[in-house]
Design a binder for this molecule. Structure first.
Ligand SMILES: [Ca+2]
Ligand SMILES: [Ca+2]
Length: 488
């Protein structure tokens, strides 16, 4: 959470050396000192109490934000009303409490009903695909779009993705966030995309957000970046050999003399059609690394299975090989993607759909085989042979063909407004407002926002009856400084 900065500012009007002017100034001073004296309590609530509550509760965050606003609203109202009750003049009220925080960049008024947000509509075109897709990860790709980054204030923590109802929050993962070249890659897990149809989901850029929602575990079918130094046993089972998590990668070590396969298996995830992305390497020549998939039992060392191999032996053709073992008989499909930088981290992308297996080493090359020996879903994992294999990250998502295409469009920012409510126990029958703002229009309401009436600033407006609460609305305001006068 950004540090909350107190900035209560009362703007005294220039009212000259008159008797009522002195009373007005006195009124201002009372409000000002009340706000000032109580600001540490408000700061404490906003900076300490609420954030600790917020960090412990991952759900209902919007509700907590709402409570936070209400607490601030209450605090300001109490202070103001107390100051006003102490005032002797009935001729003139002027009230401003202008609190600027990172979360409320437009200032905080008595009632702040809406923080302006920018929305993007994301269109998922699945018209060419005959399959219903469930919990499918789509890629939102932003390419050289300065407006997008400006809308986000260059900060990925403001991203919130919503389903078509604009209410159900969707999980996402930010793979790339390049504020220099204005590029981003964001994966979003979409609960349901119907066959042969087009679907809309939404991005809200919420400047009120203080915690980044990007989450690989929640977004992908499987994800591990090996960053915490401990092998997560809810994700992995060591079958053989020495496997550790260190320096941000998973490391498996062989016996140093033979090609005995040392194996680690993923728990609880079976895959048929998928994309696996891994960044991996081997320690040296004569070390082999295997990515096993569609293994037909949890004993992935011996089950019928496919695997991609980093082959580093000079006599066998260095590079990525594709292999299978069916009925105890092993087949190497060949030296498919040749490369010799096997001791440097490279990104391998494996796309498997039905009988088609596509392998790609980023920046090196790609190859495809067609094989229908094993058509059932199965387990997956890694092996190292002889020396050490390192895996920096692995990420698995669903795959279909053809994949849906994704496009996005910025939506017009409409209806954004700031409202302020002032209550007057003695009633008023005349309005005049002066405000320093870039708002497009100012409205007032005497029925708590049910009806809005346009008002011209600096012009007196007579009310048809005495009212006790006035709500002001400032349309499309990006800043709100200055003061409101209400007279009778
Ligand atoms: Ca870990
Ligand atoms: Ca890592």
């Amino acid at each position: 959470m950004g540090e909350y900065t107190t900035n209560y500012s009362l703007y005294k009007p220039d009212i000259g050396e008159t008797e009522w002017g002195d009373k007005v100034n006195q009124n201002f001073d009372i409000i000002d000192s009340e706000l000032f004296e109580n600001r540490s309590d408000i700061d404490n609530i906003l900076n300490n109490i609420i954030p600790s509550l917020q960090s412990n509760i991952s759900f209902n965050r919007n509700q907590i934000d709402q409570i936070k606003k209400e607490i601030l609203t209450m605090a300001l109202k109490i202070l103001m009303n107390q100051a006003l009750l102490n005032a002797e003049t009935k001729d003139f009220y002027s009230i401003v409490a202008d609190v600027i925080t990172p979360e409320y960049p437009y200032g905080y008024k008595n009632t702040f009903e809406e923080i302006p947000s920018v929305w993007y509509e994301i269109t998922i075109d699945n018209t060419n695909n005959a399959n219903d897709l469930t919990d499918y990860q789509i890629l939102l790709e932003i390419t050289n779009d300065p407006q997008f980054f400006e809308d986000c204030s260059y900060d990925q923590k403001y991203l919130e993705f919503y389903d078509e109802d604009k209410t159900t929050l969707l999980n996402h993962y930010v793979e790339l966030w390049d504020t220099v070249n204005y590029n981003a890659k964001i994966w979003i897990k979409v609960p349901s995309i119907q066959a042969n149809s087009t679907k809309k989901i939404y991005l809200r850029i919420n400047k009120g957000r203080t915690e980044d929602l990007s989450n690989g575990d929640a977004t992908f079918d499987f994800f591990d970046d090996f960053e915490d130094g401990v092998i997560d046993t809810s994700k992995w089972t060591v079958i053989s050999g020495d496997w550790v998590e260190e320096n941000g990668y998973l490391k498996g070590t062989g016996d140093g003399s033979t090609y005995a396969r040392k194996t680690i298996r993923v728990e609880g995830v079976c895959l048929k059609n998928f994309v696996a992305v891994m960044i991996w390497k081997v320690s040296q020549e004569d070390c082999l690394a295997n990515f096993i998939y569609r293994a037909q039992s949890t004993n992935i060392e011996t089950a019928d299975r496919y695997w991609a191999r980093i082959e580093s032996r000079s006599d066998y053709g260095q590079g990525i090989h594709m292999l299978k073992e069916v009925g105890g008989s092993e087949t190497d499909f060949g030296n498919i993607i040749p490369y010799s930088e096997f001791a440097q981290f490279k990104k391998l992308i494996v796309k498997v759909f039905e009988n088609k297996h596509y392998y790609e080493v980023e920046g090196v090359g790609s190859a495809t085989i067609t094989d229908s020996s094993i058509m059932n879903e199965g387990y997956f994992g890694f092996q190292t042979e002889k020396y050490s294999t390192f895996i920096e990250i692995i990420c698995i998502r669903k795959y279909t063909e053809p994949e849906p295409t994704v496009s996005y469009e910025r939506q017009a920012v409409t209806g954004d407004y700031v409202t302020v409510t002032f209550d007057f126990s003695e009633g008023i029958d005349k309005l005049l407002i002066t405000v320093d703002s870039d708002c497009e229009n100012v409205y007032y309401s005497t029925d708590d926002g049910a009806t809005w009436n346009l008002i011209n600033p600096d012009e007196e407006t007579l009310l048809s009856e005495t009212v006790y609460s006035i709500k002001w609305k400032f349309e499309n305001a990006t800043y709100m400084n200055g003061y409101a006068f209400i007279t009778w």
